[in-house]
Design a protein around this ligand. Structure first.
Ligand code: SF4
Length: 445
């Protein structure tokens, strides 16, 4: 497999030469990484990714718990793309792969933004070209049907033609979704226009409540976001809150966020938790960065949830087991994004597992041992998830109408901390190459 050119974003604030690094090399746990210039290092119970780029070794923290890393990441397969790079110019086979497997494609439409957030990862690091309507049409023609096409940033609402782009996606038989800071959605007429154009779902960046925004940005931006939330509710747009979790800044607001989700579950259907990126504008010492395991701990410790850590592990395992089981019968099974997404239900004003941990473990063991009889006992549950994996967006929206809530975890990746695991999630960016020619670049998510 030939590696393609790496498109670097920004040098890691925590990079240094190899001779200063200690720790044991555990790269061999993923045999396919042996011949690459990627190393996984275990040091003081933490996991670091070490990579050689342009002759220099960089090391970045990947996970604060080596137990978590081994348990969660060992289930992952290697990437199916034509390269081990995170960002690359796609070959025809890569376009075909996303057409077959992806259920969500992120499209970076603009390099402009109407905000200057202190937590921003994108503004100083991503330099995409503006996409035009022909670009969007081309991507749609390659994507196939029945997929979520998400417009993202920097900030897609700065584009006057956003309603037309949304309509284009809707008319193509796909589902238009939007990732936004929500400032423009404070205007009720504008939100209504997007809904009328066909918008179905919105990811709104919402990093906490008044207290956080007073510290980080301004009270005015908090007020605009609360107005945006009201408009999303009025227009019955499924909403997911994207929350950047920061040590000592908003970590305690998780405790407030969970009851907020419960109260507003008529339109808020998920929480997308992202630890502050070490590659962004706000630089804090490495030891204070959250990783997946820290976030799961915060959710588990909340007094408004009943879930256990094991639920996240077993759910990830279920995805892999179902994938292995279903791939025998049908090719286009979509699992394996680097985003960890787990469904919960709301009951008695608490966030609870949709299925108890014991039963979940039994389903996993039935799938692992090929024990169909045992599996049949859990038919109802398994059928629900079969449909989920078979890309049934109809089923997905039917479930969103219920009292479900999805909690997703995602660590921002750059070339420095990306591990080439299987993913079907792709962000598409238009960029100029060395010859000043515009190219589409896939970014693995
Ligand atoms: S975080 Fe998003 S909204 Fe804020 S400055 Fe960066 S791109 Fe703009």
């Amino acid at each position: 497999m030939q590696d393609q050119k790496i498109i670097p974003l920004k040098e890691s604030p925590i990079s240094f030469k190899t001779d200063r690094i200690s720790g044991s090399d555990i790269t061999h746990i993923f045999s396919w990484l042996k011949k690459t210039e990627i190393k996984i290092i275990e040091n003081k119970n933490k996991i670091f990714i070490r990579k050689k780029i342009d002759g220099i070794w960089y090391e970045t923290l990947f996970e604060n718990s080596h137990h978590f890393f081994k348990k969660m990441m060992l289930t992952r397969k290697k990437t199916a793309f034509s390269t081990f790079s995170r960002a690359f110019e796609p070959k025809e086979s890569d376009w075909k792969f996303i057409k077959t497997y992806s259920n969500m494609i992120y499209v970076m439409t603009t390099n402009k933004c109407n905000a200057q957030c202190k937590v921003c990862f994108a503004q100083d690091t991503l330099k995409p070209e503006e996409m035009n309507m022909d670009d969007i049409k081309y991507i749609i023609s390659k994507a196939g049907k029945n997929k979520k096409i998400m417009f993202f940033g920097l900030e897609p609402t700065v584009r006057n033609d956003l309603p037309e782009m949304i309509k284009l996606v809707k008319d193509s038989g796909n589902i238009p979704t939007l990732f936004t800071n929500g400032l423009k959605l404070a205007d009720s007429e504008y939100t209504k226009r997007l809904k009328t154009a066909g918008l179905k779902e919105v990811f709104l960046s919402f990093n906490g409540f008044q207290h956080t925004y007073q510290k980080l940005e301004s009270e005015n931006s908090y007020n605009l976001k609360t107005k945006a939330l009201q408009n999303l509710k009025n227009n019955k747009l499924f909403t997911f809150l994207a929350f950047v979790l920061m040590d000592n800044i908003n970590e305690n607001e998780i405790e407030k966020m969970i009851p907020f989700l419960i109260t507003n579950n008529d339109f808020i259907k998920g929480l997308f938790l992202v630890p502050l990126s070490p590659f962004g504008r706000l630089e804090i010492p490495q030891k204070r960065y959250f990783t997946y395991s820290d976030i799961i701990k915060k959710i588990v410790e909340s007094k408004n949830t009943t879930c256990k850590e094991g639920y996240f592990f077993e759910f990830e395992k279920l995805k892999i087991n179902l994938h292995k089981f279903l791939i025998k019968f049908r090719k286009n099974i979509s699992t394996g994004s680097q985003i960890i997404t787990v469904p919960f239900k709301i009951e008695d004003k608490l966030i609870k597992e949709v299925i108890d941990l014991k039963t979940l473990k039994k389903i996993n063991s039935a799938l692992e041992n090929g024990n169909i009889w045992n599996l049949l006992k859990y038919t109802y549950f398994t059928m629900d998830f079969l449909r989920f994996f078979l890309n049934s967006t109809k089923f997905y929206y039917k479930n969103l109408d219920k009292n479900l809530i999805y909690i997703s975890l995602y660590q921002i990746t750059t070339d420095l901390n990306y591990l080439p695991f299987w993913t079907h999630s792709i962000g598409i960016i238009k960029q100029k190459d060395n010859m000043n020619q515009n190219k589409f670049i896939f970014n693995c998510i």
